[in-house]
Design a protein around this ligand. Structure first.
Ligand SMILES: Cc1ncc(COP(=O)(O)O)c(C=O)c1O
Length: 374
């Protein structure tokens, strides 16, 4: 059994013909940058996301930076995000000279705790960045209530949850701007780097478009300082093909999650992923909680799985407020008391999750976990 954490090859083989001919078409036309396929993908993704406008950019990290720039985030401004996330969520905040402010998470969904968000708001707060972690939405009802109450815009970091919904509304389209990543292992992944910005606010989408293209709408007539961050035509061509399969990919992931849930049912010593009733979960990750001895028990389970050739990952072992980039620069970030973040970092373990995980593989993975837990 060759169990992979993520299988990128099998889904490619299934649609090889479509992908290869889409790439060949770009090669034939040589319209590598801003080719017609980019606009076509933006329109198709916009339709998938309920009609909100979409802008393709170079990756999900740039999408966050451009979104912050479009909102006019400047040095000294504060931006609230969770600490339990991938570094990119807060990286651009620091890059722009703004101050990351870290809130704790809710223990069941691992997403930002709205109560903490409200408590951390100051006159300098200029944006809130919830992260739809592991494939399901943060509590967008509460985040939007806070956003409306204080007049603070929301950027949804939706790198991990494309296709999920909150009260029936697509993730990424609930706040002022949503950002997406098409990193190869993401639920909608391209074959290199790619990302997008989505917004129902035309002003923010237009400003993002300007920023992403050197701050110019007319070549050599740059209006503002921008960046070079475009989705290239080959990636757009791949994404157009894969977008048509996204719902099937999500169904396969949810079916795999259902199978894991059934295999772990009634098992002591482990908590399987919580599914919030207000939303849908697209299982970018299937993340267990295993508590004990400040992370030692989780680490021992991971070592046990590795001894049986089963890969697993800790997303994320070091909360952002403890990373050297923020920890060693006192005053450069603010944070509340983050007990749930620290606890999660010691307890989480993500199991193999992808569209082609077989029943036999999952039975072997779960049996190996249970052997350790018992
Ligand atoms: C939560 C989160 N935010 C942002 C990003 C950044 O995306 P990218 O790798 O495309 O820059 C990622 C992906 O790695 C992510 O998981």
């Amino acid at each position: 059994m060759n169990i992979q954490m993520v299988d990128l090859h099998s889904p490619y083989m299934e649609i090889k013909h479509e992908i290869d001919s889409a790439i060949q078409e770009v090669l034939d036309t040589t319209a590598f940058i801003r080719g017609p396929g980019v606009g076509a993908f933006e329109a198709e993704l916009a339709a998938y996301l309920g009609g909100n406008e979409v802008l393709g950019v170079a990756n999900g990290t740039d999408a966050l930076q451009i979104a912050l720039m479009a909102l006019g985030i400047a040095p000294g401004d504060e931006v609230i995000s969770p600490s339990f996330t991938f570094v990119a969520t807060a990286e651009a905040v620091g890059l722009l000279g703004a101050i990351p402010v870290f809130a704790d998470i809710l223990p069941n969904t691992f997403t930002i705790d709205p109560k903490q968000v409200e408590a951390l708001i100051s006159p300098k707060t200029k944006a809130i960045v919830p992260v739809h972690l592991f494939g399901q939405c943060a509590d967008m009802t509460e985040i939007c209530r806070i956003s409306d109450k204080y007049g603070i815009p929301v950027i949804e970091d939706n790198a991990q949850a494309i296709g999920s919904t909150w009260n029936g509304v697509p993730a990424g389209t609930i706040g002022d701007i949503g950002t997406l990543s098409f990193f190869p292992s993401k639920n909608l992944g391209c074959y290199g780097d790619g990302g997008a910005i989505v917004s129902r606010r035309t002003d923010l989408l237009n400003q993002s478009r300007l920023i992403s293209n050197h701050g110019s709408s007319k070549k050599y007539h740059n209006e503002i300082i921008g960046v070079n961050s475009r989705l290239d035509t080959i990636q757009a061509a791949i994404l157009r093909v894969k977008l048509q399969h996204l719902d099937a990919y999500i169904r396969a992931r949810v079916a795999a999650a259902d199978r894991y849930d059934a295999l772990f049912e009634g098992q002591q010593g482990v908590i399987t992923p919580f599914r919030h009733p207000n939303g849908t979960h697209v299982f970018h990750q299937y993340t267990l909680r295993v508590s004990g001895n400040n992370g030692e028990r989780r680490d021992a389970l991971q070592a046990h799985l590795a001894s049986k050739d089963i890969p697993s990952f800790v997303y994320y072992p070091v909360p952002l407020h403890l990373l050297p980039i923020y920890k060693n620069h006192p005053g450069s970030c603010r944070f509340g008391s983050l007990p749930e973040t620290l606890k999660a970092a010691n307890e989480v373990l993500s199991l193999p999750m992808h569209t082609h995980l077989s029943k036999a593989e999952q039975e072997y993975i779960a049996a190996s976990c249970i052997e350790f837990l018992n």
